[in-house]
Design a protein around this ligand. Structure first.
Ligand SMILES: Cc1cc2nc3c(=O)[nH]c(=O)nc-3n(C[C@H](O)[C@H](O)[C@H](O)COP(=O)(O)OP(=O)(O)OC[C@H]3O[C@@H](n4cnc5c(N)ncnc54)[C@H](O)[C@@H]3O)c2cc1C
Length: 429
């Protein structure tokens, strides 16, 4: 007889939300997390000025209803990101030219989303699809740059049909960088975790799963823990490192193997004051070159700072090079965008997520197997009593915190109804 109702592996937002929903429904749950903290790709650090900042997932907007509801439930305070003034474009163009280019890039994004699931498009990479479009070279470059920055992997590798489907589910009309939390997104993860109390175990890395129709047993170091159901709340690239006995069906193994982790580095640059605002600039920089770079203002209260995102091949290139070189690279770019004052920050905090041992290297895994059209459906169906869930597999905002919350809610709903149906059957029996 299994010891408990449900084991959930992974205390990112997907696992935290799934665990708290199931606990609220009265089930006996245990959430296992490999790291010594909760949050997964949402984590924080304390800067030299004492300010706690998000070094992983941070921003959101009002178009993300489940995250907004969670923020309200936990009484955490959103801060509007500074947005007054012009964005800087590099290489330099006038604000009007910059806006025009990015509107054309957005239009190409709409064209991708609208592309029918045409059999002719299956098997194409994103770069191959872009090459087929009759568009100016700078629009193509801008689009490829956007893909590297948002999906953090080379457009030469990402499946086009996957990206079109993924982007169709990213439905915000307001900027996704509209707000962040004063007490950090990581603080919100900790609040959810606090409500789980003894149902959460940190430093508990699951390595193996024994599965049978009646339940599962997971291995955590030398310990074996059993449950009627198992939710693997992990990015696909992390799930595929687990061993299963009996082995997962071949189509599921192929579905897990279809994903690749991206590469991202997030940098907080702290200044004595937000000097760019005096020049009517909003703190954002959109680099067409080098590709995969973006900066924005993340000042709050007494803290003045910019966040710089490095995504895709550029992050992979900088991973492993010395921090001093990376600092100099970033300061040169910022000084070029904002003037010499940008070259003299109080602090630069670098979080290199590339090859992160527990979450992969970026905002989300992406599908790089061009023949794996059904990978998401297969994983969402799972192999009950084993269920797969993560932001990647969400029907809305995949790759975002909102997506992780929705994925957690949905898998909790599936497990709950499965358990209730099971109970009903045995009562009827
Ligand atoms: C630098 C960065 C910036 C981002 N910025 C934003 C943003 O501004 N806004 C936004 O909406 N999203 C952002 N994201 C994306 C967002 O953070 C993620 O999509 C989301 O948090 C993923 O949640 P998850 O629970 O699905 O996965 P994860 O957060 O990856 O959680 C998986 C958990 O499983 C644990 N784990 C892995 N293997 C095992 C094992 N074998 N045993 C036990 N535990 C295990 C991991 O330690 C981790 O805690 C960002 C991500 C990064 C990295």
């Amino acid at each position: 007889m299994p010891e408990r109702d449900v084991i959930i592996v992974g205390a990112g937002f997907t696992g935290l939300v799934a665990a708290s929903e199931l606990a609220k429904a009265g089930l006996d749950v245990l959430l296992l997390e490999a790291r010594s903290r909760v949050g997964g790709k949402v984590e924080s650090a304390i800067l030299a000025n004492g300010r706690r900042v998000d070094t992983g997932g941070q921003f959101f907007c009002r178009d993300m209803p489940q995250l907004m509801a969670l923020i309200e439930t936990h009484g955490t305070i959103p801060v509007m990101a500074y947005a007054d003034g012009e964005t800087v474009f590099r290489p330099p163009v006038s604000p009007a030219e910059g806006r025009d280019l990015w509107q054309r890039v957005d239009a190409l994004r709409e064209r991708m989303i609208a592309a029918d699931p045409d059999p002719d498009l299956a098997g194409l990479t994103v770069a191959a699809w872009v090459a087929r479009q009759d568009i100016p070279a700078n629009v193509a470059q801008g689009f490829l740059r956007l893909v590297k920055g948002l999906w953090c992997r080379s457009p030469d590798e990402i499946s086009f049909t996957y990206l079109a489907s993924n982007d169709r589910r990213i439905t915000n009309t307001h900027s996704e960088l509209e707000m962040f939390l004063a007490g950090t997104m990581h603080g919100l993860a900790e609040r959810i975790a606090a409500s789980l109390d003894h149902r959460l175990r940190l430093n508990a890395c699951v390595t193996h799963v024994d599965r049978s129709p009646d339940g599962v047993t997971v291995k955590v170091e030398q310990e074996r823990l059993s449950a009627r159901k198992l939710i693997l709340a992990l990015p696909p690239s992390m799930t595929r490192r687990l061993s299963f006995s009996p082995a997962l069906p071949a189509p599921l193994n192929r579905a897990l193997a279809a994903w690749g982790a991206g590469d991202a580095i997030k940098v907080h640059v702290t200044y004595a004051r937000p000097f760019w605002r005096a020049h009517a600039l909003n703190g954002s920089v959109l680099w067409q070159e080098p590709q995969g770079l973006y900066a924005c203002d993340a000042s709050h209260g007494e803290h003045s700072g910019l966040v710089v995102f490095i995504g895709g091949p550029l992050a992979a290139e900088w991973h492993g090079r010395s921090r001093e070189e990376l600092r100099a690279f970033i300061l040169d770019l910022l000084a070029d965008a904002f003037g010499p004052e940008a070259g003299h920050p109080q602090e630069i905090h670098i979080r290199d997520w590339v090859a992160d041992p527990w979450s992969g290297g970026a905002y989300s895994d992406v599908i790089v197997d061009l023949d794996a059209a059904d990978a998401e459906d297969l994983l969402n169906r799972g192999a009950p009593p084993v269920y797969f869930a993560s932001s990647e597999l969400s029907p809305s905002f995949p790759g975002y915190i909102e997506g992780a919350i929705v994925a957690g809610q949905q898998v909790a709903g599936r497990v709950l109804s499965n358990i209730r149906q099971g109970i009903a059957t045995s009562w009827q029996g």
